[in-house]
Design a protein around this ligand. Structure first.
Ligand code: ADP
Length: 357
């Protein structure tokens, strides 16, 4: 396996795995062909060996088993490979022939060295491009955030201003769609921005005093119409009801991700139960749906970035695959965790956040 890696200025290790078959075929295409009648080599052979001393390619007619008469290591980044010169006996090679072989050996080593340099340069270029792409997505998300917040705010203000009797139901419905969709987009953008901050290790938590039950209640109110449309009823057992120091933005983002997953993956599942309680200094919230649940083999994988399971329910549902991983990272940064609880029908996620004095 060829893994190229390096440490960036922030101390992160970045790397990629080269496709071995492709590397070898590109390499062999650049080398002289290994025909039996290679006149320069006479009855000798040059072998290209990998780090396990396995022959990757050879030139020349000689097929002896003995040790190599000469061996040259390749330069970075193929430093673990070498070239070996095999011949029946050194004396049998005429001095002209031997010199010719040495020259071709050196030429080969230089050729492979430049190939290594080209690979290295390509790898740096790819990483630069990847970095630019990440920056671009980050920038666009930032630019989208302000106008979207305005759309959402004005739609919500308009909803509040419309009096129930005098307003046409369709107007209410249209406004509901505008508010709902802009909330969904805001959540997506928040996820992208937090994900990028986490990657750059720039995510900062800011604990402040607040009543988590009241906050959960507010979040549930925002989600209730959307969930109701999808055949899901909410019930909330509030068991904290006091002020604690925690980061409300982190809790909101974790809950947003869990609730929007219920909306996406557990439609028409009836009751969605949310409970909150205190376990020592740990603020605990459980979100239990009655949807299809998560297969045993995927219980940990769903927390991996970009992982999306594929089945009858999830196929065709839009998503980025970063929601659960991000929610878990946020909970861990908050001295707690996000876990998928075993047993029961449907999926049951438990959030634990450490509260401070
Ligand atoms: P996304 O929803 O963007 O795919 P997530 O990280 O939020 O990404 O979720 C990862 C995967 O976990 C989803 O693709 C889905 O298959 C599965 N999943 C998450 N929540 C639930 C749930 N409540 N019920 C069933 N499957 C779920």
């Amino acid at each position: 396996m060829h893994i190229y890696w390096w440490r960036d200025p922030q101390g992160r290790i970045l790397g990629f795995v080269l496709n071995d078959a492709r590397l070898l075929s590109d390499l062999i295409n650049r080398l002289p062909d290994g025909g039996e009648g290679d006149s320069q080599l006479g009855r000798a052979e040059i072998r290209l060996l990998d780090s396990h001393d396995e022959t990757l390619y050879s030139w020349g007619a000689y097929r002896g088993e003995g040790p190599a008469l000469r061996s040259i290591g390749l330069s970075h980044p193929l430093g673990s490979w070498k070239l070996e010169y095999h011949a029946p006996e050194l004396q049998q090679v005429s001095s002209g022939g031997w010199l010719g072989s040495l020259v071709s050996l050196l030429l080969l080593a230089t050729g492979l060295g430049s190939l290594g340099y080209l690979l290295d340069r390509e790898h740096r270029r790819e990483l630069r491009l990847a970095q630019q792409r990440v920056n671009f997505v980050n920038q666009v998300s930032h630019e989208l955030k302000t106008p979207l917040t305005n759309v959402r705010l004005y739609a919500e203000m308009l909803q509040e201003r419309l009096d129930d009797e005098g307003t046409e139901p369709t107007v209410r419905r249209y406004l509901g769609v505008i508010a709902g969709e802009s909330q969904r987009l805001s959540r997506l953008i928040d996820n992208v921005l937090s994900f990028s901050r986490l990657q750059r290790q720039q995510l900062r938590l800011t604990p402040e005093p607040g009543n988590p039950d009241e906050q959960v209640e507010r979040i549930l109110q925002t989600f209730a119409p959307l969930l109701l449309q999808r055949g899901i009823d909410l019930s909330f057992d509030a068991g904290i009801d006091r002020s604690l120091r925690y980061d409300p933005a982190a809790l909101e983002q974790i809950l947003n991700n869990l609730l929007s997953n219920c909306e996406k993956y557990a439609p028409d599942s009836g009751l969605l139960r949310i409970r909150s309680w205190l376990d020592g200094a740990m603020l605990c919230i459980e979100v239990q749906d009655r949807g299809p649940g998560i297969d045993a083999g995927e219980r940990e994988r769903i927390f991996e970035p970009f992982y999306r399971s594929s089945n009858r329910i999830t196929d065709g549902v839009a998503g980025t695959g970063i929601g659960l991983g991000l929610a878990r990272d946020l909970a861990r940064a908050h001295g707690g965790d996000l876990s998928l609880e075993p047993g029961g029908s449907g999926a049951c996620f438990r959030i634990r956040l450490e509260t401070t004095r």
